[in-house]
Design a protein around this ligand. Structure first.
Ligand SMILES: [Zn+2]
Length: 284
């Protein structure tokens, strides 16, 4: 992808996918040398981001997970599960910003639950093994369709049996079937970015190596566009699909730095001019 904004920092490849560790090192040293952030801030932010995620809240305190354990035994099981993980994102291996995430998404399990609920209206008269088998093959098909790999057979069996049990118990809603996915053996660790892009509803963007908010600042500091329209076009060219309001929020960084003489904004740019007074607050 080539983007011509005329301001691209010549020391760096235009495409982030081509960046080496040296480029990242150089960018950080530059940001620190320019007084944008300090070593202390960078390091403390990083330390906060590698602190293991709060699985006590996201898993152990949820009734759906608790229902698989004896009363007050859930946290011990979650803790043991957490310790057994490798501490890296299942998709990209990073230690940064990990969150507990479903191996097989709640959306898939809920979808198959509703499919079975419609397909087996007289479930009490059906052969249990045949129904469980149908549910399992439907779930497997969904995983293949969405290119999910490495799912354990035992997990598929457990979820299929649990969906059958939910149907037999009269469950009939999306939420009730989705809750079947809340099993400890269906959990894995993913970074925040992959947690988001694994969701079926998410359109995958072109910034494959950064979260959206990191991507906004990366584009701003690497390309240093001198007008808002160029920044907006850069963001779109990189596949950021969010509303323009996100770009306008990010543009505040250019304005803040401009006040301190650290960023050049073309006077003809949209959002270049600083209003001197606010009409509702002009007592001075
Ligand atoms: Zn990841």
């Amino acid at each position: 992808m080539t983007i011509d904004v005329g301001q691209h920092n010549p020391g760096y490849p235009a495409n982030g996918a081509d960046w080496t560790e040296e480029h990242w090192h150089g960018l950080l040293e530059q940001l620190i040398a320019q007084g944008i952030v300090s070593w202390r801030e960078v390091t403390s932010t990083m330390l906060g981001s590698i602190n293991p995620s709060q699985v006590g809240t996201s898993i152990a305190s949820k009734k759906t997970f608790q229902s698989h354990f004896e009363p007050r035994k859930c946290w011990a099981a979650v803790r043991a599960w957490h310790f057994m993980q490798n501490g890296r994102c299942a998709d990209c291996d990073t230690r940064v910003d990990l969150q507990a995430d479903h191996a097989i998404p709640r959306e898939f399990v809920a979808g198959v639950g509703l499919w079975a609920w419609q397909g087996f209206p007289n479930i009490l008269q059906r052969d249990p093994a045949a129904v469980v088998g149908s549910i399992k093959s439907q779930l497997s098909g969904m995983l293949v369709q969405h290119n999910y790999q490495g799912i354990e057979e035992a997990l598929l069996d457990s979820l299929s049996r649990d969906l059958y049990a939910a149907l037999m118990a009269g469950k009939a809603s999306y939420e009730e079937f989705a809750n079947v996915a809340d099993r400890l053996d269906n959990m894995t660790l993913r970074c925040r970015r992959h947690n988001v892009i694994r969701r079926p509803s998410h359109a995958n963007g072109g910034l494959t190596f950064l979260t959206a908010e990191a991507g906004l600042m990366w584009l701003l500091f690497v390309h240093r566009p001198s007008n808002y329209a160029a920044f907006h076009d850069l963001c779109r060219a990189y596949g950021l699909t969010m509303a323009n309001i996100r770009f306008e929020e990010a543009w505040a960084m250019a304005r803040w730095l401009q006040h301190e003489g650290l960023y050049d904004i073309d006077p003809t740019s949209k959002y270049a001019h600083v209003p001197m007074t606010s009409p509702s607050n002009s007592s001075a």
